[in-house]
Ligand binder design. Sequence first.
Ligand SMILES: Cc1cc2nc3c(=O)[nH]c(=O)nc-3n(C[C@H](O)[C@H](O)[C@H](O)COP(=O)(O)OP(=O)(O)OC[C@H]3O[C@@H](n4cnc5c(N)ncnc54)[C@H](O)[C@@H]3O)c2cc1C
Length: 373
Amino acid sequence: MREAEIIIIGAGMVGAAAAYGLARRGIRPLVIDGGDLDYRAARGNGGLVWVQGKGLDMAPYQRLTRRSSDLWPELAAELEKITGGDIQDQRKGGLMICVGEEELASREGTLMRLHNRPGGSERDFEMVDRAGLEKLMPGVPFGPDVSGGSYCWRDGHVDPLRMLLALQRSIRELGGTLLSDQPVRTITHAQGAFKVHTDKGEYAAAKVLIAAGNGSGALGRQVGLDVPVRPQRGQMMVTERFPPILPLPAGGIRQTGDGTFQLGATKEEVGFDISTTVDAAATMARNTLQVLPFLGRARLVRHWSALRVMTPDGHPIYAQSETHPGAFVALCHSGVTLAAAHAEMLADAVAAGAFPDEIAPFHHRRFDVQTAA
Ligand SMILES: Cc1cc2nc3c(=O)[nH]c(=O)nc-3n(C[C@H](O)[C@H](O)[C@H](O)COP(=O)(O)OP(=O)(O)OC[C@H]3O[C@@H](n4cnc5c(N)ncnc54)[C@H](O)[C@@H]3O)c2cc1C
């Protein structure tokens, strides 16, 4: 039986960021990850660090997202320093590009609702018309129907695969342990310690953080954390490489640091189905061509799907078990964006054994049905 101060189950975006945060505080986490056939959103996502439009119906989510974006440059610098690799983090802002005047007005309405809500007052976005868009991105050959968009200076993007690798390497560099291909089968609790069982061994710790993405439901139930989580499919496509053309990422279209254009993603409720469909490819291509018609000549290199880790209201879940204190769960659908907050606030909360006010509202008890007396 191997012992650790804390075990983290899952080395995806959430588990790796939290483990990195703990390791940089001098706590050496034992991270146990599953196998290559697991559903892994960390390896199929869009790489956006995205703030605009988030938290319309939950103010703490807006604050958490902003906080994470603000912490991102520091996280990127640390990861690059530790690993010596470039994770292609760029925080120069991002755009939702609108087609037609109606879409532009509707976008403005949404962002103003968010802005006018109590506590939402910091204005980190501006609406731009077509001329404003052309000023922000000079020389970009936009389609004739592009009307403008919303620009948020807190938005940005990163290479998500390089980022995941850097997080995982940094955990090891800072003294943590990462075991791969060891799906956790059961978690038991006795005499103040959690025992985590895999096919290859048993591990014990006083604390366990379940960050197994879409695999978290089954594990959580074993320690009194019955979290409502479901997969939501997202399909994406990527083109061949181009010289730098699009200086800022846009929702649904970003030019990566390697020159490719990444397109998508869809939002589909199809359970654990990771097929790709021609219909989705056609829709993504159509949407793209309205914004950047020249991409009609681009060769498509890859089309894939991955499963988002989704909760009923789309907001994260962070909770400590009431029946098994010391067992925690963390789930979210924007794990790239929130990685910096996870390395800071989530890691602090797990280390302290208590959740601060910033993340307390994310307990899954918010989904409990209230019955009339
Ligand atoms: C198409 C798509 C596009 C996206 N775009 C963005 C974006 O642009 N920006 C953004 O912020 N977010 C984006 N996301 C969301 C982001 O990828 C996820 O929020 C994030 O990956 C969730 O992290 P996670 O660690 O909870 O889950 P995952 O990343 O799925 O990782 C879960 C890990 O747990 C492991 N695991 C599962 N079961 C077990 C077990 N029993 N024992 C041990 N290990 C286990 C798995 O092997 C895996 O490594 C996107 C997602 C999708 C699908």
